[in-house]
Design a binder for this molecule. Structure first.
Ligand SMILES: Cc1cc2nc3c(=O)[nH]c(=O)nc-3n(C[C@H](O)[C@H](O)[C@H](O)COP(=O)(O)O)c2cc1C
Length: 211
């Protein structure tokens, strides 16, 4: 029979001093905060570096650390705006799907944020683990960014629109054909406290098998 070791006192799980009540609150308080709710002030670069430092402590199978980040701030945001709008125009005009409003949006959107972090997944040469595992690791890193931002009172959200799925955009972000561009994290100082959200009961999505 399978024996499961259960600590006598659940507070001893992990044998550390972390405040689990605060941690649970932090997870619940994490929200996507959108640029229309940013003040326009610049977030301290030191905080953005902390977001990225914590991102790199995400789990990663075989320690491949597949996450890659390019941070755009200041005039860098204009470079991103110009690249993504022109890339969008070129690709969609060829396909006949060009939309003027979308183009104008891509030209303006980066400047609504303090920083925009392009997020990529880089395959290691040996392809040590399947692609989906590497993408999973990067999304774990993204969650670390979200949670760290919450802890520092910073707003952010992940956008997977724009040129995210454009093969033609990858090289601008230092990514090759085997790699993936996974999205853009927009960062800013929130105008007001993040709102609430809701989730369905986890019991609806969980099955326990204990005997
Ligand atoms: C993989 C992924 C992609 C997302 N892409 C977008 C996006 O392109 N545009 C957007 O407005 N929000 C995007 N979001 C943010 C979701 O809209 C947001 O997480 C959802 O509304 C729940 O809100 P919350 O993050 O405040 O809990 C994305 C989230 C995830 C996990």
């Amino acid at each position: 029979m399978l024996k499961i070791a259960v600590p006598r006192d659940v507070s001893l799980i992990g044998m550390n001093d972390f405040n689990s009540k605060e941690f649970n609150s932090l997870i619940r308080a994490r929200r996507s905060v959108f640029p229309n709710n940013f003040t326009g002030e610049r977030v301290d670069d030191a905080i953005v570096k902390q977001l990225l430092e914590n991102a790199s402590w995400a789990p990663t199978h075989k320690l491949t650390e597949p996450w890659r980040f390019i941070v755009f701030a200041g005039d860098g945001l204009k470079k991103l705006a110009s690249f993504q709008s022109e890339c969008y125009k070129r690709v969609t005009q060829e396909k006949g799907t060009f939309n003027e409003m979308k183009y104008e949006g891509l030209k303006l959107k980066p400047m609504e944020s303090s920083h925009v972090i392009a997020v990529g997944m880089k395959r290691d040469d040996k392809k040590s683990v399947p692609e989906w595992e590497e993408m999973g690791a990067v999304f774990c890193a993204i969650e670390n960014i979200y949670l760290t931002a919450t802890a520092y009172g910073i707003g952010c959200y992940l956008s997977t629109g724009g040129v995210t799925n454009f093969e033609e955009a990858k090289s601008f972000f230092g990514l090759g054909s085997e790699d993936k561009l996974l999205g853009f994290i927009h960062v800013g100082i929130p105008k007001n406290l993040a709102g609430t959200s809701k989730r369905n009961p986890i019991e609806e999505k969980t099955k326990w098998i204990t005997t």
